[in-house]
Ligand binder design. Sequence first.
Ligand code: DX5
Ligand code: ZN
Length: 224
Amino acid sequence: MKRSTIIAPSLLSADFANLAAEIRDVEEAGADWIHLDVMDGHFVPNLTFGPPVIARLRPLTRLPFDVHLMIAEPDRYIDDFVEAGADILTVHAETCPHLHRTVQRIKGRGIKVGVAVNPATPPEAVKWVIGEVDLVLVMTVNPGFAAQRFIPEAVGKIPLIRKWAQSNPGVLVEVDGGIGPETAAVATAAGADVLVAGSAVFGRPDRRQALSDIRKAAAHISSV
Ligand code: DX5
Ligand code: ZN
């Protein structure tokens, strides 16, 4: 049976002056996870926030914190993000020369671990760690900014990742970038379990409606 789709609104598109209210609003509107984009101005051409902000937000909601690290040398900060309250910590394969070691370090701290790949990164980058991870994040834009155009070719990696994950059937495949009611079905039809949505949720005044539109589109996987 198809697992129900998890929707993770990305705070990158929220009002940074009112993060507490924004989190409560999407929680009440039915969000499943909160997605937190950490950028370092080095791996990606933008800067956001880090562990101190996440630690302050953590007590405000019971929803899982899905922390997406778009930073160079993520190993240096694993402990800080675990202590700040990350439930899932995702690193980019492009930033980890010793990916197994990084994955094991995160798992060793007792939280869930994800590995992300940019649109032009071959899915083979996750193939040899697939048995060790809880989540694979397939980027459907080049990371760094919200509200960019969805790159449909990227979802072509998902069936391969699923095939390689047969020994680890619980692994979740997440997509991030350009997801909204128009693109959600393409992602779920390819096999995505988790949809990250920034501008398609926080860019609309009625977050309940926004989430419901994405959820409805995600469920109509046969219409594409
Ligand atoms: C992009 C971030 C995304 C971003 C998505 O680098 O990883 O999580 O917030 O924003 P939308 O959904 O607007 O493309
Ligand atoms: Zn993200």
